[in-house]
Design a protein around this ligand. Sequence first.
Ligand code: GLU
Length: 290
Amino acid sequence: MSYVGRFAPTPSGPLHFGSLVSALASYLDARANKGRWLVRIEDLDPPRTAPGSIDAILSCLHTFGLHWDGDVMLQSERQSAYLNALEILQSQKLIYACSCSRAQFQSNPQYLCTCLAHPPADKITAMRIALPQQEITVGDVILGPQTQQLALDVGDFVVQRKDRLFAYQLAVVVDDAAQGITHIVRGSDLYDQTPRQVWLQQCLGFPQPVYAHIPIIINNHGQKLSKQNLAQPLNLAHAPSLLSEALERLGQATPCNFRQAPVTEQLAWAVEQWDISAVPPRMQDPMAFV
Ligand code: GLU
């Protein structure tokens, strides 16, 4: 089978150590399987795109030797593909206009939205997908299978926001299919969102990729490293030692004196030795220096 993997960062700031670990895991899994590795910039939400961050992310990947295949896909240029998918869902009567706020849903798990039965009068509303009372089970190479009853566990979710921006769930599924992605290796913070994406793939007639969710890196407060939690940008002057640290976090036993080896040497070795079964399901230690 031909393998196509991807790294899909949101350009809300420069890459941090957690994003390096995700990029590295998806790169190694693709290259070890003689596959292609693509980069997609998830700049779906223009106000969240930090100026200069797209160039910074791409040049950071090059510094770490993580060279991708083909052109970089930008979600900001994919509006017509998302609209097309929305229309397919609409033609199957799977989506409905909803004027309820996110706060209404979040404040009460039992909140009953009546917009499906009684369409709102407002012209500008979000669009939600109507979910069936049915279980969905999705396998995962690292974390094992999970089953969700989407209607109960998640509830009808938004595919297009009230401000007309398409939701991540819809865009990610449309783009993974358009790029022919066969394997998705990404952070475990997205593990419980995967059944939603598989459901959308089924509605849109797209193939289901193989999923592997790697442990997320946490800071000293037990929080996921993220731009919101002020994770430090990667210090490019320390690329070799950061790459070694990332390999160790992924359970790949690195040779002694590896930390100063050039990134190209480290990556060549890591592609040869890559063992996805050695990736720990959870990260034990916080990242001290971030
Ligand atoms: N854009 C998402 C992020 O930066 C990743 C989405 C995905 O890998 O499906 O966290």
